[in-house]
Design a protein around this ligand. Structure first.
Ligand SMILES: C[S@@+](CC[C@H](N)C(=O)[O-])C[C@H]1O[C@@H](n2cnc3c(N)ncnc32)[C@H](O)[C@@H]1O
Length: 314
């Protein structure tokens, strides 16, 4: 006697095992890298379950709606959409962030900006005064080009005595960043400002702070000349205002260093994420402008110069 095939709305019902198997095959045929992991992540998203549940329930029949959501997600990924825009989530610095097409998907290498800042702050970055146990005197932090808000939110999270000011030229990105500050419980200490680089703080009559302890930025740093070398996931789906700085990709570093030089306090720290092959150019900017010390570059896990940090001395 043939085995009975479970039916759902007149179609063969799909169990967890089958969904994973078919999803993996479709992603592999669509030349999607990490196809097994991607199928698992999309099935976790569609079912609202974690990986342990999926593997403990291989025979569980998926609701028709869930199966439809999952296979639609697989097709979106095959068409090139990044997994994070499909699930709407990305982790950064151990925190969860909402992501959507108006914001760049936070990258693991950007965590080196966090590390550079926290290492340099050292004792100044401690959450409480070791003698009194009281929160330390307010520290002022700026994040330029905040996108999802990942750096601003993670710095506010790590530095409970900090007030963080985050700028972006994209109003839709700032809406998402605000939600990420709320989601991570730091909205009361992060102010989001629509504006060009650090200009909102330098504008005549501005009531915003004019002196900062820390300024960070992961600016757009890809040259328009490099557009065709980008993966389609990036080129066709991530916001071009987050990717491209101009013809060469180096265009925003000069204004950033100059403006940060005006706004940083004595011993203030500037940390910039570096684009491909930009470390010599960016180092030169610090040599040309007086008053910078301790200029150093962090090399990332792929061996690429990734973050330049420097200290302001007045
Ligand atoms: C590379 S993304 C970085 C986003 C986020 N900080 C991160 O690390 O994932 C650069 C961000 O800078 C913003 N941006 C581009 N030009 C800008 C400018 N002139 N002033 C302020 N923000 C700008 C973009 O909208 C984008 O959100």
């Amino acid at each position: 006697m043939p085995a009975e095939v479970p039916q759902q709305n007149g179609h063969a019902a799909v169990d967890v095992r089958r969904a994973l198997k078919d999803g993996i095959a479709r992603l592999r045929d669509g030349h999607i890298s990490a196809f097994t992991l991607t199928a698992e992540v999309l099935l976790m998203h569609a079912t609202g379950r974690d990986r342990a549940w999926l593997f403990a329930h291989p025979d569980e029949i998926l609701d028709a709606e869930v199966a439809q959501k999952y296979f639609a997600a697989i097709e979106r990924r095959v068409a090139g959409e990044p997994t994070q825009y499909i699930t709407g989530r990305q982790e950064f610095w151990g925190l969860e962030f909402e992501v959507a097409p108006p914001v760049l998907i936070p990258r693991p290498e950007t965590e080196h900006v966090m590390e550079a800042v926290l290492a340099r702050l050292g004792e100044r970055g401690l959450k409480i005064d070791m003698k009194t146990g009281a929160p330390r005197e307010t520290m002022y932090v700026a994040d330029v080009g905040t996108g999802s808000g990942c750096l601003a939110v993670a710095l506010a999270y790590e530095l409970p005595h900090a007030k963080v000011y985050a700028t972006d030229i994209s109003a839709p990105a700032l809406e998402i960043a605000k939600r990420n500050a709320e989601r991570n419980g730091v909205a009361d200490r992060v102010t989001f400002i629509e504006g060009d680089l650090l200009k909102p703080f330098l504008a005549a009559g501005s009531t915003l702070p004019r002196e900062f302890d820390v300024i960070v930025s992961n600016p757009p740093y890809i040259g328009r000349d490099e557009e065709l070398t980008l993966e389609r996931e990036v080129r066709d789906h991530e916001p071009h205002s987050a990717l491209f700085a101009g013809a060469t990709g180096l265009e925003l570093y000069g204004p950033l260093v100059e403006q940060a030089g005006v706004l940083l306090k004595d011993r203030g720290i500037l940390a910039l994420e570096l684009g491909h092959d930009s470390d010599d150019y960016v180092r030169d900017l610090f040599d040309k402008q007086s008053g910078w010390t301790n200029v150093a570059v962090t090399i990332d896990l792929a061996g690429i110069p990734r973050v330049l940090a420097a200290q302001r001395s007045r």
